[in-house]
Design a protein around this ligand. Structure first.
Ligand SMILES: Cc1ncc(COP(=O)(O)O)c(C=O)c1O
Length: 418
């Protein structure tokens, strides 16, 4: 017996399962995230909004941040609903939900929704730009020596495929000040340079590059700018539009705490026709940003999870979050930095880093340090042994971290370094 579409809808509603209004209740029973006075009780309440593995202290949210329960539940509800009504969801609700996500994200990022592409991660966003940017024969791209391996590979591939030369400028990990980085990058520009590619926050040690100043100078020189913001979005308190770059990429599963496999690409208004789409598209006009989002069938439940992730961040406040992450970093870094056996591989001054930093112990290989922290103290970090002079563990606590976690880390490091 065939079931008509109307019957189907009717039955599903009777069973209470057709697209319930998740958004109505995912904020219920929350603490007062807007509390004016943010003491440790407040931050403990925030930490308790995450479910964590209690067998170890996770100081490695740089890979990706878990989602708080409110986000996870909203997202899992969509996993269930889309699995129950698969093609029906795709054909009736997918586009409208995606536009909701796009508008909310654009608003949160301080950009226009027609400057935004929803991607799966920074790697994808950066590849859309790197493989797609229209350059002439002989034009060069300038990048720093501290870029992420996936991005270096994307540039290498561009070089092999199209012959676009990529030049590298070395920048210090302990600059005198941020101007030194600007000067180094800009003085490496030559007549052939057409694009500057620079990280906002370095993956090895959390160092923040002065991207706003670099982009301003580049603009004066008529150059385009690509900012790898994998770690800066929803971490540094800044709207994307304030940076003044042409292209910006980030992963939303990192500091926004959205479900895994979410990314964004910002393309400044007027620049869309500077890019070829990565996935063939001939349906949209050349200046329509949607040509860059031609991904095919995608995990919509994960994308929908961006909505509660933004709400969670907004309730805490972008500025307050940024300040909290810096506070957690400074709590351990200021305790450890004077120790003669400890090496800090991150500049700590205001604006030069936030929640992430890298720390090593003299004469102890980073992998041994990470093992000791985990085996003897139940603290999880990632070892980084990099011949650019960054040898230590990367420490990246998040809103689920408590001061007790940080203090245990301090104690462990002091014991190891003794
Ligand atoms: C600076 C930087 N760029 C790009 C990436 C790639 O991010 P994803 O794996 O989410 O694409 C990372 C990942 O840590 C990163 O640190």
């Amino acid at each position: 017996m065939s079931v008509s579409r109307r019957d189907f809808i009717h039955k599903s509603i009777a069973a209470g399962s057709l697209f319930p209004l998740f958004s109505m209740d995912y904020k219920k029973n929350r603490i007062d995230l807007n509390a004016k006075y943010r003491d440790e009780k407040y931050w403990n309440d925030v930490a308790n909004m995450y479910h964590q593995n209690i067998n170890f202290i996770n100081l490695e949210s740089g890979y990706f941040s878990p989602s708080p329960e409110s986000v996870k539940n909203y997202w899992v509800d969509f996993v269930n609903e889309i699995n129950e009504s698969p093609s029906y969801y795709m054909r009736t609700r997918q586009t409208e939900m995606r536009e909701q996500v796009r508008n909310k994200l654009a608003n949160y990022a301080g950009i226009q929704s027609d400057e935004l592409v929803l991607t799966r991660n920074t790697t994808e966003s950066m590849n859309i730009i790197i493989q797609g940017i229209k350059l002439d024969k002989g034009d060069e791209i300038l990048r720093t020596n501290l870029e992420y391996p996936n991005i270096i590979q994307a540039l290498d591939m561009r070089e092999r495929r199209f012959g676009t030369k990529v030049r590298i400028v070395d920048v210090p990990i302990h600059p005198k000040n941020q101007q030194e980085i600007v000067d180094k990058v800009i003085s490496a520009v030559n007549k052939k340079t057409k694009v500057i590619l620079i990280s906002h926050m370095v993956f090895l040690n959390g160092q923040v590059f002065p991207v706003k100043e670099v982009c301003a100078k580049a603009r004066e020189l008529g150059l385009e700018t690509i900012v790898d913001g994998a770690h800066s979005f929803s971490h540094v308190d800044m709207d994307i539009s304030e940076i003044g770059c042409d292209y910006y990429a980030s992963s939303l599963h990192k500091w926004l705490g959205a479900p895994l496999g979410n990314g964004l690409l910002y393309v400044k208004k007027g620049n869309v026709n500077r890019l070829w789409p990565l996935y063939g598209d001939t349906a949209y006009e050349d200046d329509n940003i949607m040509k860059l989002e031609h991904l095919g069938t995608r995990p919509c439940s994960d994308q929908n999870g961006i909505i509660p992730a933004i709400d969670f961040n907004l309730e805490i406040g972008k500025k307050e979050k940024s300040k909290r992450l810096k506070f957690l970093q400074m709590r351990w870094a200021s305790e450890l930095k004077e120790n003669k056996n400890i090496i800090l591989n991150t500049p700590l001054e205001e604006g030069q880093s936030y929640g992430i930093a890298n720390v090593g112990v003299k004469n102890l290989p980073p992998s041994k340090l990470a093992d000791k922290l985990f085996d003897d103290h139940n603290i999880f970090t990632v070892p980084i042994d990099d011949d650019r002079g960054i040898r230590g563990v990367r420490v990246s606590p998040n809103l689920y971290s408590t001061v007790e976690d940080i203090d245990k880390f301090i104690e462990a490091m002091l014991k190891i370094a003794a």
